[in-house]
Design a protein around this ligand. Structure first.
Ligand code: CMP
Length: 148
């Protein structure tokens, strides 16, 4: 089925002059349709709200700080089985696991640490819906997605 997913190029990658352009090309080469795409920056409160489910984890503070440290680029992507495809392209969260198990993945190639790991992608249709609304409040997600 055609799926929407929310993909984010995180501040570590956007900070590098060539990286966000390279990642944009990789998105196109992998036949994702770019439905929406914008650059934005979070205040600390936005970061805390988005990652509320991780509050209490040992990496929460550094995650929240990192995600509000500079501009990022958010995409609504559409593709057949797009959630899984984008996650496969990203590779595992942890950068050394990514380098070991999926050396050609984005996080393996470009990730700096487990926190500064280059990209984000929704992990289910429910989180895609939530995350698309969070990043693109004007986007009418119900008109694009069936009730799962
Ligand atoms: P993401 O998949 O976007 O959403 C949760 C984020 O928390 C994850 O990317 C990483 O940036 C961060 N994260 C997850 N696990 C760890 C970890 N073990 N150590 C540091 N940061 C982590």
């Amino acid at each position: 089925v055609l799926q929407l997913t929310l993909a984010v190029i995180k501040p570590d990658a956007v900070a590098h002059p060539l990286m966000s352009e390279a990642l944009h090309q990789i998105i196109l080469e992998n036949k994702f349709v770019i439905v929406r795409n914008k650059e934005l920056a979070w205040r600390r409160q936005d970061s805390e709200k988005f990652y509320a489910e991780h509050s209490g984890r040992f990496f929460y503070q550094r995650l929240v700080e990192f995600m509000s440290s500079g501009p990022m680029r958010a995409y609504i992507l559409a593709k057949e089985d797009g959630i899984r495809h984008w996650r496969d392209l990203m590779g595992p969260t942890k950068v050394f696991r990514a380098r070991y198990t999926s050396p050609t993945s984005l996080r393996a190639q470009f990730g700096l640490t487990d926190t500064r790991n280059t990209t984000h992608g929704s992990d289910s249709p429910e989180s895609a819906r939530r995350e698309i609304c969070f990043f693109f409040p004007d986007f009418h997600v119900e008109e694009w997605m069936d009730k799962d």
